[in-house]
Design a protein around this ligand. Structure first.
Ligand SMILES: CC(C)(COP(=O)(O)OP(=O)(O)OC[C@H]1O[C@@H](n2cnc3c(N)ncnc32)[C@H](O)[C@@H]1OP(=O)(O)O)[C@@H](O)C(=O)NCCC(=O)NCCS
Length: 192
C-alpha cells in the first residue's frame, strides 16, 4: 500500500478463493503447497530474481514456510490476495495476486510464471480472469498492472489483454534487470 492511499475494498469484501478455467485452476494457497512453491521458485530463480524485488537471494525452505504460513492463514495477507496457478494434474505453473495498494476503486494484479511453463498463455489467461473478478467486486472500477518498462514479457500481458498504458514514471530500481522506469497499465470503467 502506498503511503496515505485509502483502501479500495471494504473490510468485509474479498474475491473468490478459486477460479476454474478448465485446464487451469487458480486457487488460494494452502499449507500443502509449500514444497511446490519452494521448488518452483528455486527452479525459476534466475528468471524471477531479475525482476522480483522479493527474491534477492535463493529462497530457503524456512523462508518459504513463512510465506506459506501467512498465505494459508490469512485472506488477504498484508501483501494481498495471493493465488497459485495449477494445471489439471495439480502441477504448479505460477502465481498471481490481487493487491489493494494503489488507491481508491483500484486493485493491482501481480504475477510470475514457473520457468518451465512460460510462453503458453497461462499468465495472460489468469490475469484476464482476475481482471474480471476484480471488476466484479463492489467498489472496484479500475485494475492496474505495474511493471518495469524494460520487462517486455510482463508488459506484453496487459497489452495482450487490451489494457491501456496510462503512464511511465520514474521509480526506484528494486531488482537487477529493472530500468527504474515504471509502466502503469490500466483497464476498467474508472480509467477516465
Ligand atoms: C512476466 C511473465 C509472467 C510472463 O510470462 P509469459 O510466459 O510470457 O506469459 P504467458 O503465460 O501469458 O504466455 C504468453 C505467451 O503464450 C502465448 N499464448 C499461447 N496461448 C495463449 C493464450 N490462450 N492466451 C494468451 N497467450 C497465449 C502468447 O502468444 C505468448 O507467446 P510469446 O511468448 O511467443 O509472446 C514471465 O516472464 C515471468 O514470470 N517473468 C519473471 C517475473 C516477472 O517479471 N513478473 C512480473 C513483474 S511486473
Amino acid at each position: 500500500m502506498e503511503t496515505g492511499l485509502p483502501r479500495a475494498l471494504a473490510p468485509d469484501v474479498a474475491p473468490p478463493v478459486r477460479a476454474d478455467l478448465g485446464d487451469i485452476l487458480i486457487r488460494r494457497w494452502t499449507s500443502q503447497d509449500l514444497v511446490a512453491q519452494f521448488e518452483a521458485i528455486t527452479a525459476s530463480f534466475d528468471h524471477l530474481h531479475a525482476w522480483m524485488p522479493w527474491l534477492t537471494e535463493p529462497r530457503t525452505l524456512d523462508q518459504q514456510r513463512e510465506f506459506n504460513q501467512a498465505a494459508s492463514a490469512n485472506w488477504p495477507t498484508d501483501e494481498g490476495f495471493n493465488y497459485g496457478i495449477f494445471d489439471s494434474r495439480g502441477t504448479l505453473l505460477g502465481a498471481i495476486g490481487l493487491h489493494d495498494r494503489v488507491g481508491p476503486a483500484t486493485l493491482e494484479i501481480g504475477y510470475w510464471c514457473h520457468i518451465a511453463h512460460t510462453g503458453r498463455g497461462v499468465i495472460t489467461r489468469s490475469a484476464a480472469k482476475l481482471t474480471e473478478t476484480a471488476l466484479s467486486l463492489p467498489g472496484i472500477s479500475r485494475v492496474e498492472i505495474r511493471c518495469d518498462a524494460a520487462n517486455t514479457r510482463s508488459s506484453a500481458v496487459p497489452r495482450r489483454l487490451g489494457y491501456r498504458l496510462d503512464r511511465i514514471v520514474p521509480r526506484e530500481q528494486r531488482a537487477p534487470a529493472e530500468s527504474g522506469r515504471g509502466m502503469v497499465w490500466v483497464t476498467g470503467d474508472g480509467i477516465g
